[in-house]
Design a binder for this molecule. Sequence first.
Ligand code: DC
Length: 221
Amino acid sequence: MKRFHQIAIDGPAGAGKSTVARKVAQSLGYCYLDTGAMYRVIAYKALEAGIPLDDERAVTGLVKNTEIYFKHGDSESVFCDGKDVTNHIRSKEVSRAVSIVASYQGVREQLVHLQRQEAAKGNVVMDGRDIGTHVLPEAEVKIYLTASEEERAKRRYLENIKSGKASSLEEVLRDIQKRDRLDSEREHDPLKPAADAFILDTTGLPAEEVVRKIVNIVRGG
Ligand code: DC
């Protein structure tokens, strides 16, 4: 049976994964799947429903009753139970809650199942934290994107300003450090490079250059 091509892009917050993964997918004519957005949808729904984030059972129970849907166009929109939540899931509150939600094994198992179902539909570029190590261990190409903490914080800060979100650079840096710690120290599928991943440090590199390098790797260059 033919298996579709899979490109896994992992790395810490602010490493440029989504920008780069989206452009790599465009260049190759592959579908792009932002797995972080799926964890964010669950965090958003838990906050909206007033579910305490430390109630693992209740948060885990939310997943099977949630319909997550992506609409792909010039940019992709994310829907939760039919509502467009593309902007809501990027709020400061969701960004602070999501690492807790993503640490729950039951949440992860259900979302990983959905991610693998998506990958079975066609050629895909998927970004996240555990794509190369766990979700798609047989991906043809695995990339681990990283950049200095300061640069990652600066990128997030500039993104926030562009989308009208108020925050100081110091606050963004603190949030990124906390999230990195939670994501890489959690028990289930923590953030770490796959043994066979190409490690790309994007500090000081424009996104186009990173995209070019990855497309070259995919094409065997
Ligand atoms: O990439 P992002 O910032 O949108 O990810 C949101 C959170 O979800 C982040 O704290 C890590 C978690 N995540 C994960 O645990 N596994 C993934 N495959 C993707 C994201």
